[in-house]
Structures are given as structure tokens and as C-alpha cells.
Design a protein around this ligand. Structure first.
Ligand code: KIV
Length: 282
């Protein structure tokens, strides 16, 4: 059995100039298989609001739902580091609410939390969380919870000045105590510049090959979510076709009577069958 990945393992991977993999998962069996495959970090991403619950953005999901998904995923994982994405407004109002909500995820089995954004308030939240024993993954660049203020799915850090600003945010996050930082939708060269100037590992979500970690939403990887495909998401499967074919076949088999077969039903014993027949009232 492979050793449990911790935040220290993640830092060692960076220090050894190696790479780590990260996938999202939202349910027990998917998490179990992803873990069995050897993926290093499993994120219960708030992307599940879109992929699993069908909302248009990540805003609609709350703490109670994230607790349920965290519990299910954590039960399936033995090896990977389990990180829960804190949902919109669950850490923004005040530090004690942030600690309470993040602590709830640890109680469900998460090993760390991820929070988006970087400003003075967020740095204070991170310091308090780390002070309480809750490891924090940062997330800058394009941050989906800020979609309405960003004004669209826009690439961040497209100039030296904006890359410099992201680097400054990352330096503050690092100083506050994060163990890693997701860079989302940042040009590869900017992400390299940022990565090269940090001690903690960066994780690319559309930020190119120079980051230490690489994350993809599992539904994109499996080819299950088909509403759109981000440029940086590589599809390794076609689960949409698999599900469609299985459901079509089942529908046909029910209607043509070939499901269930004799192997798929429970039978009475000979004695009970006779008893039943003897007692049938016509
Ligand atoms: O919600 C999510 O799945 C994420 C990752 C894509 C980084 O934040």
C-alpha cells in the first residue's frame, strides 16, 4: 500500500524538481479509482456545482453540500491528499466563520482546504486557518468565484505588470502559510516566472508545463461533461458515449424483453413453487 500523501510530500516533490497530479472527484467510487490509479491530490472542487449539479457557475453551492461530497470522497481515498474547495462566501464574511466552515471539511475527512483570491483579508484568514492546523491551498489567476467581477472567463497575467501582480499575491499567500497555489488560466511564460520565484509548489489549471502540479476536472478528463471543454483540459476517455450506449442498450433490452434474463432473477425453491401453485386462486 502506497504511503499517504501529506502537505510535506507535496513540498518534497517540488524540492526534488518532480511533478504531482491532481484530479477532482465528487463521489466515493470515482475517488476510490482515482486514488488506486496513484493520483497524488484529489480535490472536491466546487466545479461540482456545474459538472454534478448542473448550475451555470460555481456560486450556487454551499457548505452543507460540500460537506456531503467531501465525506463521500474521503471514504474512498487511502493514499491521495484530500482537499476541499471552500464554496463562495463560506470564508469571506469573517475569520471565525471561515475557521468554522473550513474546520467542518476537515471533520468530514479532508486533509486541507482550497480558497480563492488574494487580498489582505484572505491573508489573515489563511494565517488563522494554518494556526488552527488546517492546511490551505491558494488559488489565483482566474478565480471562478470572482467571475462577475472579472467579467468573463478571461486569461489572467497576460502582461509583465499583471504577471508581477499575481506573483506579489502569491508571495503574500506563501508568507501567510499556504502549502501550494493553483494558477488558473495564466500564460505559460507568466506561470513560469511566478513559479520560479516561489518556494511553495504551483499547480497549473491552464497555466502550462512549468508548474509542479497539474489539475484537471475529472469530468473533463473522462469525457463526461460535454457542455464545453476548456482549452487546457485533455480528454482521456469518452464517458458520455459509454453512458449513452449503456442507457440505450438497457432501454432496448427492457422493451424487447431480453432484460432480465433467467440469470438475473431470484427463483423460488421447487417446494415453494409447488406450494404457491397449489394455493393460487383462480
Ligand atoms: O473547482 C475546481 O474544480 C477547481 C479546480 C479546477 C482547480 O477549482
Amino acid at each position: 500500500m502506497a504511503k499517504k500523501i501529506t502537505v510535506r510530500t507535496i513540498q518534497k516533490i517540488k524540492d526534488n524538481n518532480e511533478k504531482f497530479s491532481m484530479l477532482t472527484a465528487y463521489d466515493y467510487s470515482t475517488a476510490k479509482y482515482i486514488d488506486e490509479a496513484g493520483v497524488d491530490v484529489i480535490l472536491i472542487g466546487d466545479s461540482l456545482a456545474m459538472t454534478a449539479l448542473g448550475y451555470e457557475t460555481t456560486h450556487a453551492i454551499g457548505v452543507e453540500e460540500m460537506k456531503i461530497f467531501t465525506k463521500a470522497v474521503a471514504k474512498g481515498v487511502q493514499h491521495a491528499l484530500v482537499v476541499t474547495d471552500m464554496p463562495f462566501l463560506s470564508y469571506h464574511t469573517d475569520i471565525s466563520t471561515a475557521v468554522k466552515n473550513c474546520g467542518e471539511m476537515i471533520k468530514q475527512g479532508a486533509n486541507a482546504v482550497k480558497i480563492e483570491g488574494a487580498d489582505e483579508y484572505i491573508y489573515e484568514v489563511i494565517k488563522r486557518l494554518v494556526g488552527c492546523g488546517i492546511p490551505v491551498m491558494g488559488h489565483v489567476g482566474f478565480t471562478p468565484q470572482f467571475l462577475n467581477t472579472i467579467g468573463g472567463y478571461n486569461i489572467q497575467g497576460k502582461s509583465f505588470e499583471t504577471a508581477q501582480k499575481i506573483l506579489e499575491q502569491c508571495k503574500h499567500l506563501e508568507h501567510a502559510g499556504v502549502f501550494s497555489i493553483v494558477l488558473e488560466m495564466v500564460p505559460e511564460e507568466s506561470a513560469k516566472y511566478i513559479t520560479d520565484n516561489l518556494s511553495v509548489p504551483t499547480i497549473s489549471c491552464g497555466a502550462g508545463k512549468y508548474c509542479c502540479g497539474h489539475v484537471i476536472v475529472c469530468d473533463d478528463l473522462f469525457g463526461k461533461f460535454s457542455d464545453f471543454k476548456p482549452k487546457f483540459a485533455r480528454r482521456y476517455g469518452d464517458m458520455k458515449s459509454l453512458i449513452l450506449n449503456c442507457a440505450k442498450q438497457f432501454n432496448e433490452d427492457v422493451k424487447n424483453g431480453s432484460y432480465p434474463s433467467d440469470d438475473e432473477v431470484f427463483k423460488l425453491s421447487e417446494d415453494e413453487l409447488k406450494h404457491l401453485k397449489d394455493n393460487i386462486q383462480i
